[in-house]
Write a protein of this length. Structure first.
Length: 461
């Protein structure tokens, strides 16, 4: 007799094997890395912007699953929407009908960007970018895409071609024939456009790696240059969209910017069902889907599934009813301003920047000889180790989850759930201040851990 599947029983029986299972069957370097930096925690449950371990200790989430958990974990409205759609037993993914939920979600998404007309639904941020690249190439009849150095647009082959991080690209060539230019460099953009083969420029209004914002006026000037040369502007809002920066889209911080294509994902999922969306102008979609023969020229097997669409509609409803974007702007400003006050106080702290609840904390070479010698030791082993030294005590001592902003960067990126309140923000600043005080006073545990990281970095060479 076949045993009935019981998820709760399975987790109770084998949940303790989590790290061993990953080491044996998945990416074996993940548990190794987590053990090395002391992140091998076991979280029992989560709600909103907090986790709890088996002992009932509360952890503050300042990472939000890399910005996926915009509403935090297990928002009751999103949970109810998913229960409702499952209970409805819809005839989903027949592929030969037009169900209402995708149309309703598209309509709602487009209301936040009235200059755009149509939406394609995929399953992730990288799929949204892949869609934008394909549509831009087909609509313009050109092949080359421009992207910015240090950009991150995804890791599938097409999006990797416009990824500005060499560490991700290494070993996967040849990629698509695209060209990197510096964020904010209008002269480089104009020079490439004069070659006549550019389909589009793809840009994150605030780059995730290092949290670098496009200079004031850059997006509008770039848009005008692109359109003058019959090329398109693609805004990658996978991480910055849906309120992250204190506007619904980050490009909306600059008046007059109206991208031809916009990519969103992450927070649209409600943290439950993978989803990606590419919004675009009608004429672009008309070219791609130019006849009934081309009706399936670009599609996704799980795109527009009912669960993802229901989650997306619930997310947008919560954002409006609970004024999530305004909260991100207000709490983000408090968090950023309090952190900025520490820059003059601590010589290891170089800069605090960002918008809304996307904040970068950058560390730099200190002035005093005592601290400078320690800093130099870390830099010689591997750039980025000091930021990791800060991240670890934030978790171990203060139960706050953060991470560095990218490989070989001395930057911590704060991308918490957009629902955090002022108490959460103050909790982070107080903990961060204590960690910085410890670092500047030569706190033994912190610098001892730095020596461990140095040994690990040398061993990995």
């Amino acid at each position: 007799m076949t045993k009935e599947f019981d998820l709760a029983a399975l987790l109770a029986e084998r949940g303790a094997e989590r790290y061993e299972l990953h080491a044996r069957h998945l990416n074996h370097q993940l548990p190794r890395m987590l053990h090395t930096i002391g992140f091998d925690k076991v979280y029992e449950r989560a709600e909103g912007a907090h986790f709890w371990d088996a002992d009932g200790n509360d952890y503050l989430d300042m990472l939000a699953g890399f910005a996926v958990m915009g509403l935090g974990r297990h928002h009751p409205v999103v949970r109810k929407a998913l229960h409702d759609v499952l209970d409805a037993s819809l005839a989903d993914l027949t592929r030969f009908d037009c169900p209402p939920l995708p149309g309703l979600l598209a309509e709602k998404l487009l209301s936040y960007s009235p200059h755009l007309d149509r939406v394609f639904f995929g399953n992730s941020g990288t799929e949204a970018v892949e869609t934008a690249l394909k549509f831009a190439r087909y609509a313009t009849g050109r092949q080359r895409i421009l992207y910015c150095t240090h950009a991150f647009h995804g890791l599938t082959a097409g999006s990797l071609s416009v990824n500005g991080e060499d560490g991700f690209r290494k070993g996967f060539a040849p990629l698509l024939p695209d060209t990197a230019i510096a964020l904010g460099d209008l002269d480089a953009l104009a020079r490439e456009l004069r070659k006549g083969d550019v389909a589009a420029l793809i840009v994150e209004p605030v780059q995730g790696k290092g949290v670098h914002e496009a200079p004031p006026g850059y997006l509008l000037a770039a848009q005008e240059l692109l359109h003058r040369h019959k090329a398109l502007l693609i805004a990658d809002e996978v991480q910055t969209g849906l309120g992250r920066t204190g506007k619904f889209y980050a490009y909306q911080h600059e008046d007059g910017v109206e991208p031809d294509l916009v990519c969103v994902a992450k927070a649209l999922s409600g943290g439950y069902v993978p989803v990606g969306a590419t919004l675009g102008k009608d004429w672009i979609f008309q070219k791609v889907y130019s006849s009934m023969d081309r009706v399936q020229v670009h599609s996704a097997s799980f795109g527009s599934n009912a669960q993802a669409m229901a989650a997306g509609l619930a997310v947008l409803s919560v954002m409006e009813n609970e004024e999530i974007v305004a909260n991100a702007a207000a709490v983000g400003e408090r968090l950023k301003s309090r952190l900025a006050e520490l820059v003059d106080r601590y010589e290891l702290l170089a800069d605090v920047r960002g918008r809304g609840l996307m904040i970068g904390i950058e560390f730099g070479r200190p002035r005093s000889l005592r601290l400078r010698s320690r800093w130099t030791m870390l830099q010689a082993a591997r750039k980025g180790l000091f930021a990791q030294m800060v991240v670890v005590p934030l978790l171990q001592r203060h139960r706050i989850l953060t991470q560095v902003s990218g490989d070989h960067l001395e930057v911590i990126k704060l991308i918490p759930p957009l629902i955090i309140d002022t108490d959460d923000a103050d909790r982070f600043v107080d903990a961060f201040t204590e960690v910085m005080e410890d670092a500047h006073n030569g706190g033994g545990l912190m610098w001892d851990f730095g020596k461990t990281l140095v040994k690990q970095a040398v061993a990995n060479r």
